[in-house]
Design a protein around this ligand. Structure first.
Ligand code: DQA
Length: 145
């Protein structure tokens, strides 16, 4: 069965490739999404949305309820601030995998708190661009039961 998966990226992730490469690596978001399409193969059809705007991310999550089987979600800095995104995730009842390039727990203390984790099926963090691949594999395995 071909799954429909939303790849959702929050603020500043459009800058990947040039943004703090020592923390986030040199792959661009386009490189990451192209790699995910190869990983998904026939198993999943991917849609990608990136926004720097909290409201647009909320709308994308609401829309996914009717259009996607699950979400690979890197909320960027909103991870650590947004109760509204948490409520959107818990409101739509489709599985979401929280995804981070960096190991947020090995960084500044303000990054150790996530408002999202408790309402996600799991978290992948710290593996650079590969975090997305691992998150997609985990989400597909979760959907396969
Ligand atoms: C991030 C980690 C966040 O703390 C940070 O604000 C980001 C990126 C990551 O992918 O490692 O923008 O989500």
């Amino acid at each position: 069965m071909t799954r429909k998966i939303l790849i959702l990226n929050g603020p500043n992730l459009n800058l990947l490739g040039t943004r703090e490469p020592e923390v986030y690596g040199t792959a661009t978001l386009d490189d990451i999404v192209a790699g995910l399409v190869i990983t998904a193969g026939e198993r999943a059809e991917l849609r990608h949305v990136q926004s720097n705007n909290e409201g647009e991310l909320i709308e994308a999550i609401h829309q996914a309820r009717d259009t996607s089987d699950g979400i690979v979600f890197n909320p960027g800095a909103f991870t650590h601030t947004s109760i509204a995104l948490r409520d959107a995730v818990s409101g739509v009842e489709i599985p979401v995998v929280e995804t981070h390039l960096s190991n947020v727990h090995a960084r500044e203390e303000f990054r150790h708190t996530s408002y999202l984790t408790a309402v996600c099926v799991g978290v992948v963090a710290g593996f650079g661009a590969n975090s997305y691949t691992l998150a997609l594999e985990a989400l597909l395995a979760h959907l396969d039961g």
